[in-house]
Design a protein around this ligand. Structure first.
Ligand SMILES: Cc1ncc(COP(=O)(O)O)c(C=O)c1O
Length: 476
């Protein structure tokens, strides 16, 4: 959708309602749940309300209020374990297994950091704050990878003191700072180099170019990546582990990874020829897609891992090099589907568009402060009435928030029953990744809690913000 205000009002319409995206068809039953969109325990209970982890959403709303992020613990952990097992199996013969780093930027709190550690994953953090959460949770330093394109000396020093398993360096200048800090601390810094491979992948499309105009990484074609390898090998305080790339987000196939792996392994072979060094590790990043709507068809981790293992095996064979130990960094694919956001419906408006069409606006008690992805990335979401089922006819609706911004849209297009009304609960699935972690206090709206559910029990992982929290920093 256009970010311009007029975008929503000037959408073309037909036959009395606003235009429907090609992938969205009016459902026979507005209460039906599309399984790939929801955490595995979500279902409709005996009276039609949603249940998750054996808990009714009406009880969650009564106890914890709305909006709330509701996280299915078994679903989250099940996806983490599925990635762990899929990658260790697929790479077992090639390089003795593979490591999975959960990308904490998708959603991180101390409970999640503990879960992934207990379940045998590693943790990728990309700021001093995320590192602090990991350390507070007791994640052993050697299981942490530390990312970031502009790490401060203080962040690097903290990471080195914590004994992190890898720092992913983003520039030659940073390599020198890491080496100097390591020398001062009397340690050797384990380092991966983030390489810009010229592949940009999003959903079904990827673009492979030589050049990439972006802030991350060390360019291959510009020679920065090779220069960084040389620099790292010159500095005895650095233990160069290998090369890293992350090519994008919401990726559903392996074509982009194939080009990225080929380019990384070419450099790996060049390093071997020029320096006689066999880099022991290779990281292919994250970006694996999930289903936000019926339009998305993600691969399961086992297929994905087999696809990536075949690519790495083939490329290493062709180059005649030893297969490095591979790692990946999924965030969204673990956290995203585990969570839905539960809102309460407030105002409802039928707005007359050009051509006489009408668009129904359903306003909920949260919005762009708890889910910025729709406004920021044009992301599509789906939703359902969660507190009941209805036999009323489906009406194309737009779910919007309560913020002072016309782009404050949560779900751009969804069929909701025509009798949806004030007080109904609405659930938006797939909000476990990049919603709470990108949330804000815009309009001084307190951020929602994260409630995890399991075996009929709900517990607060992150409590709701209060007015005192909002005013707590205001010392004026
Ligand atoms: C370096 C790196 N690794 C992993 C991820 C996780 O990506 P996703 O959540 O799409 O799997 C990101 C996301 O931005 C990233 O920048």
């Amino acid at each position: 959708m256009s970010a311009h205000e007029a975008g929503a009002l000037h959408a073309p319409g037909y036959g009395g309602i606003a235009s429907v995206p090609a992938w969205l068809t009016p459902p026979a039953d507005t209460g039906e749940l599309l399984a790939p969109l929801w955490a595995s325990s979500v279902r409709r209970g005996p009276v039609g309300s949603l249940q998750v982890g054996g808990v009714d959403v009406r009880d969650l709303a009564a106890e914890f209020g709305t909006p709330a992020y509701v996280l299915d613990e078994d679903d989250f952990r099940g996806r983490a374990v599925a990635f762990r097992d899929a990658f260790s199996d697929a790479f077992a013969d090639l390089c003795g297994g593979a490591d999975v780093y959960y990308a904490g930027k998708a959603f991180l709190c101390t409970a999640v950091a503990r879960w992934v550690t207990e379940d045998g994953l590693r943790l990728d953090v990309c700021s001093g704050g995320e590192l602090a959460v990991a350390l507070r949770a007791g994640v052993p330093g050697e299981r942490i990878g530390f990312h970031g394109n502009n790490k401060s000396d203080a962040e690097l020093e903290r990471a080195l003191r914590a004994g992190v398993g890898r720092i992913v360096a983003d520039s030659v200048e940073e390599l020198d700072r890491i080496a100097d800090l390591a020398a001062a601390l009397g340690v050797r810094a384990p380092v991966m180099l983030r390489v810009t491979v010229g592949v940009e992948a999003h959903t079904h499309e990827y673009i492979a170019t030589a050049h990439e105009d972006q802030k991350f990484g060390l360019s291959l074609v510009g020679g920065l990546a090779a220069a960084a390898v040389r620099r790292a090998l010159e500095r005895p305080e650095i233990e160069l582990l290998g090369l890293h790339s992350h090519i994008g987000s919401q990726i559903f196939d392996t074509e982009g990874f194939e080009v990225a792996a080929r380019r990384l392994l070419d450099l790996q072979a060049q390093v071997h020829r020029e320096h006689g060094v066999q880099l022991p590790e290779l990281d292919l990043g994250g970006g694996f897609g999930i289903a936000y709507t019926s339009d998305h068809d993600p691969q399961d981790p086992a297929r994905l891992a087999k696809g990536l293992a075949a690519i790495v095996g083939r490329e290493c064979d062709a180059l005649g090099i030893q297969v490095p130990r591979v790692s990946v960094e999924p965030g969204r694919a673990i956290a995203g589907p585990s969570t839905f956001t539960l809102y309460t419906v407030g105002a409802i408006k039928d707005v007359l568009l050009d051509h006489g069409a009408v668009r129904r606006y359903v306003a909920v008690d949260g919005g762009m402060s708890d889910n910025i992805r729709t406004a920021l990335y044009d992301a599509d979401y789906s939703c359902t009435v969660a507190s009941r089922v209805s036999a009323a006819a489906p009406v194309l609706s737009r779910v919007v928030g309560k913020h002072c911004e016309s782009g404050d849209i949560v779900v751009r297009d969804e069929f909701l029953p025509s009798d949806v009304g004030r007080g109904d609960l609405v659930a938006v699935p797939g909000t476990g990744a990049y919603c709470r972690s990108m949330s804000s206090q815009y309009n001084h709206v307190p951020r929602p809690p994260v409630i995890s559910v399991r075996d009929g029990q709900a517990r607060v992982l992150i409590r709701r913000e209060t007015e005192d929290d909002l005013l707590g920093l205001d010392v004026g």
